[in-house]
Design a protein around this ligand. Structure first.
Ligand code: ADP
Ligand code: ZN
Ligand code: MG
Length: 477
């Protein structure tokens, strides 16, 4: 039997605000544990939450960018559960009247685009963080994160493969980054994703029993966990078994998911309206004001980059996948004669080093201006394209300017004909066989001789002049 995969994703996005959602405590990451807390976010008796307007603003921006309907009237609800990281024993969330619903997101899939429904997006507060130091019989709790504003975004079960799930996550991250509503830093937990997956016989209309997979710390991990889970479910059904509805944890080290709790053990959250907050009424004017000022989104920017800089659709797609990469490209492309060359360097060389180091382009020591300087040095014949790659590598490591690296390493391209002629003489004298071969009519041997000459010059010869001199020398032979 053929099976079809069905996936729905749930994202938790930390909205960037200076203070928490219901109190004045700072949201800054990395502070000493329990230094950014107050009676409100600690849930002490007798205190009242006050809603942070910036959170609502950022949530509306996100909802509109995801093509959602924004509720003019929405409410907060208490989601009750007991856990040491939750000082109030409930989380203020939204249940029946979420801020946004019925939206969609267009993702790239199989060379075209596919529309993924957004069920809802709602505001809520984050919980604290438990720390279990190894080898000690204690656990610590850090409440700095309690009350940090989150937007939970839930998709429809429209996703049909782990690759599409990856694509959905990347596209959503791109949009949120562009909106500047979250820093989307997965390492710091400002963007998290849980995945729901089931399978069903191809052509069936009813959904199969799903499992929910948690604990993935990257979108690649989401994809891998879903691949594992789809295969696990298929095997069970093929062998005549049944899928148990449960929550499973991804174990990245072993590359497997394992059961965390079944449906029977699932929490009953006993949602009820939050009595300490009045319903939130959002005016039409506010929504329209935000809609008018929505920034350029990845799809629009992709089109603009193609038109404005004349780069191919593929390049525009790669560059705009991240706002900061597109910013870098534009800053450099505006100052250089050929945007396509800038695009190549950003997509290939720069991206390779960023991936190697696992860092974001914003942390990169090469600035757009320094890249432009490097490209101009190639144009002016100071260095060859190949040497430029070595210089680039050094720029990436040290952040130095290309000129200072070229100077320090003596990499200036040799254009002096006298120096190059002596190299040509040497290569011709040392390679009588290939020279005879070339003179016998084998043009391809020329490439070999050029390679030898380049090697002797340690890659520093100006290739154009060297080619010219070598041809002249061989003609005379
Ligand atoms: P729960 O009550 O377990 O939280 P929801 O109905 O709220 O489940 O859905 C949570 C997520 O799971 C959504 O993204 C939804 O699209 C997805 N989902 C729901 N049912 C299925 C299913 N049978 N297979 C795959 N995904 C599903
Ligand atoms: Zn507080
Ligand atoms: Mg749910």
């Amino acid at each position: 039997m053929e099976y079809e995969i069905v996936i729905g994703l749930e994202f938790h996005v930390q909205l960037s605000t200076l203070s928490k959602i219901f109190c004045e405590c700072s949201t800054k990451f990395g502070a000493e544990p329990n230094t950014q807390v107050c009676p409100v976010c600690m849930g002490l008796p007798g205190v009242l939450p006050v809603l942070n307007k910036k959170v609502v603003n950022n949530a509306i921006i996100s909802g509109l960018a995801l093509n959602c309907e924004i509720s003019r009237y929405c409410k907060f609800a208490r989601k009750n559960y007991f856990y040491p990281d939750l000082p109030k024993n409930y989380q203020i969330s939204q249940y029946e009247d979420p801020l946004a619903r019925k939206g969609y997101l267009d993702i790239p899939a199989n060379g075209s685009t596919k529309r993924i429904g957004i069920t809802r997006a709602h505001m809520e507060e984050d919980a604290g963080k438990l720390i279990h130091p190894e080898g000690q019989p204690v656990s610590y709790v850090d409440f700095n994160r309690t009350g940090v504003p989150l937007l939970e975004i839930v998709t429809e079960p429209d996703i049909r493969s782990p690759e599409e799930a990856y694509s959905t996550a990347i596209t959503l991250k791109g949009i949120l980054e562009y909106l500047d509503v979250s820093d989307c830093n997965m390492e710091e937990g400002s963007l998290r994703c849980d995945a729901n997956i089931s399978i069903r016989p191809t052509g069936a209309t009813e959904l199969g029993v799903k499992t929910e997979v948690k604990n993935m710390n990257s979108f690649k991990a989401v994809q891998k966990a879903l691949e594992y889970e789809a295969a696990r479910q298929k095997k069970i059904l093929t062998e005549g078994g049944v899928i148990v509805q449960e929550t499973r944890l991804w174990d990245a080290d072993r590359g497997v998911t394992r059961s965390m709790r079944s449906k029977e053990e699932a929490h009953d959250y006993r949602y009820f309206p939050e009595p300490d907050l009045i319903p939130l009424i959002i005016s039409e004017e506010w929504i329209e004001e935000i809609r008018k000022n929505l920034p350029e989104l990845p799809t629009q920017r992709r089109r603009r980059l193609q038109e404005e800089y004349g780069i191919p659709e593929y390049d525009a797609g790669v560059l705009t996948a991240s706002r900061s990469v597109a910013d870098f490209f534009e800053l450099a492309a505006r100052k250089y004669r050929d945007p396509k060359i800038v695009s190549n360097w950003v997509m290939v060389e720069l991206q390779r080093y960023l991936n190697q180091e696992g860092i974001d382009i914003r942390q990169c020591r090469i600035t757009p201006d320094k890249l432009v300087d490097l490209l101009k040095l190639i144009d002016n014949g100071v260095i060859s394209g190949n040497i430029a790659k070595d210089v680039f590598s050094e720029m990436f490591r040290t952040g130095d300017t290309p000129a200072s690296i070229i100077e320090a390493k003596g990499l200036v391209q040799v254009t002096d004909e006298a120096a190059l002629v002596s190299i040509v003489d040497k290569v011709v004298a040392e390679n009588p066989g290939p020279v005879a071969d070339f003179l016998g009519g084998n043009e391809r041997t020329f490439g070999f001789l050029m390679g030898q000459a380049m090697k002797v010059s340690k890659g520093k010869a100006n290739p154009k002049i060297l080619t010219k001199l070598l041809r002249e020398r061989l003609k005379k032979t």
